[in-house]
Write a protein that binds this ligand. Structure first.
Ligand code: ARG
Length: 464
């Protein structure tokens, strides 16, 4: 006997084993495709009528029945509870038949769950890409805001986590802005491939009815239709595209988080997080921990895992549809949920963070961050860079020995390393002149960073 909402009982003499049903059924998670699947089903019914396959009355009944379901589902939080349907597609069809009778039994004409799930999933992914894009943009705005709150501030820049050269704090903020901009581009690129309609591919061979696929695609907001039915029902590249793009979003969020975790520690002391995004210790009363940032860093792993899981699931699958592909849903759902909560959390952390400008500036003036500026000064006076590098290296060694910074050495002391040095050296070794010198496009001079900040603002406004 077939269970309610089951689409394939005819050929079977036995109902599904309970454990098999639990194993096989996907309604508990793919119900998230409900709205997308009903929307596509409405357009499919319209297409069937246009092709002369069903009557106008049947189409009207189907469309009305499906619209009623959209309404009911939006009103009832337990809409799917108690259903024994195998998946969201059987659920919708079964419910439609229960409510409108025989006309409902015609909806599945010329289509298969294989092209149906591909279409509904693509609609869902498209919608989520747009949502993620908005959240990335909100984080970019938060970073621009952070930069603007500390527009004059300077921090030490690092390589190998060793102090290297001073940079404007806004330059640091805009570095993450750039990474996120590339993420948005990657998602937009993925969206182009997602937004192609597979409906009308049937189970694998195409549909046997004269359906105007282009017209359905247009109604559903797709940019085009798939060209090969075998590929259309078995292609999940678009899910990998999504997971790969989200993986890089997570890479960027985890690097942002790690920078801030360091900057919040007493050892750095550059950044203070709001209490509202920090946690305490159950034992140590003094602790204020950056849990939000640690979760941003930690959650990257599950998204990478989904990306790899999807690739592994698809690898070596024979054409066309195979049930393995049902595994794509939970991977995509968790990828999207994780990316979205992380983006929102990151924006909240940034919007409420404060840079301790004095501490950051102080750190930027200690540790010989101006050594390269001294070498550059020598180069500008005609000394080959390699010679200047060697000479300044020796001066730094001497300064370390004396417990001084380079700019604390007298002109006479410096002359022992390079006789041509003059009084202008003090000015050239200052933090301000070190920053101002990096005035080529992409550099950290305050003027450049000011322009970059204005451009970032313009970019955010342009696509709002
Ligand atoms: N729940 C299925 C999935 O996500 C829908 C397609 C099922 N098709 C089939 N022939 N079993 O892949």
């Amino acid at each position: 006997m077939s269970k309610s909402g089951q689409l394939w009982g005819g050929r079977f003499t036995e109902g599904p084993n309970e454990t098999f049903a639990e194993f096989n059924d996907s309604l508990r998670f793919d119900k998230r495709l409900f709205v997308a699947d009903v929307s596509a089903s409405i357009e499919w019914a319209i297409g069937l009528e246009k092709a002369g396959v069903i009557s106008t009355k049947e189409r009207n009944d189907i469309v009305a029945g499906l619209k009623q379901m959209l309404e009911d589902e939006s009103q009832h939080s337990h809409y799917f509870d108690g259903s024994t349907a195998e998946d969201v597609h059987s659920f919708i069809e079964g419910k439609l038949i229960d409510s409108i009778g025989d006309a409902g039994r015609k909806l599945h004409t010329g289509r298969s769950r294989n092209d149906q799930v591909a279409a509904a999933f693509r609609l869902w992914v498209r919608y989520e890409i747009d949502a993620i894009d908005m959240q990335i943009k909100a984080l970019q705005s938060a970073l621009v805001g952070f930069a603007q709150r500390h527009a004059e501030a300077v921090i030490p820049g690092y390589t190998h986590l060793q102090r290297a050269q001073p940079v404007m704090f806004a330059h640091w903020c805009l570095a993450y802005f750039e990474m996120l901009q590339r993420d948005r581009e990657r998602l937009a690129d993925a969206r182009k491939r997602v937004n192609i309609m597979p409906l009308g591919s049937g189970a694998l061979a195409g549909t046997g009815f004269p359906i105007d696929r282009e017209a359905i695609a247009k109604e559903l907001g797709f940019d085009g239709i798939t060209r090969n039915s075998l590929d259309a029902v078995s292609d999940r590249d678009f899910v990998v595209d999504l997971a790969a793009a989200c993986s890089l979003v997570m890479v960027h969020l985890s690097r942002l988080a790690e920078d801030l975790i360091l900057y919040c520690s007493a050892e750095f002391g550059f950044v203070t997080l709001s209490d509202s995004v920090s946690s305490g210790s159950s034992l140590m009363p003094q602790k204020k921990n950056s849990d939000a940032l640690e979760l941003l860093r930690g959650k990257a792993g599950r998204v990478f895992g989904h990306n790899l899981g999807l690739l592994t699931m698809l690898k070596g699958l024979p054409l066309a549809y195979n049930k393995d592909m049902q595994e794509d849903k939970e991977a995509a759902f968790d990828t999207v949920d994780t990316a979205q909560i992380c983006l929102r959390a990151a924006a909240i952390v940034i919007e409420n963070a404060t840079l301790n400008e004095a501490a950051a500036r102080d750190a930027a003036t200690k540790g010989y961050l101006n050594a390269t500026d001294l070498a550059d000064l020598m180069v500008k006076k005609g000394v080959p860079f390699r010679t200047a590098h060697e000479t300044v290296g020796k001066a730094v060694l001497h300064a370390i020995d004396q417990g001084k910074e380079l700019h604390e050495m007298t002109v006479d002391e410096l002359k022992a390393f390079w006789p041509d040095i003059d009084d202008s050296v003090a000015e050239r070794l200052s933090l301000d002149s070190s920053l101002a010198a990096k005035s080529a496009i992409g550099g950290t001079s305050p003027d450049r960073v000011g322009m970059a900040l204005a451009e970032a603002n313009m970019q955010l406004e342009a696509d709002s």
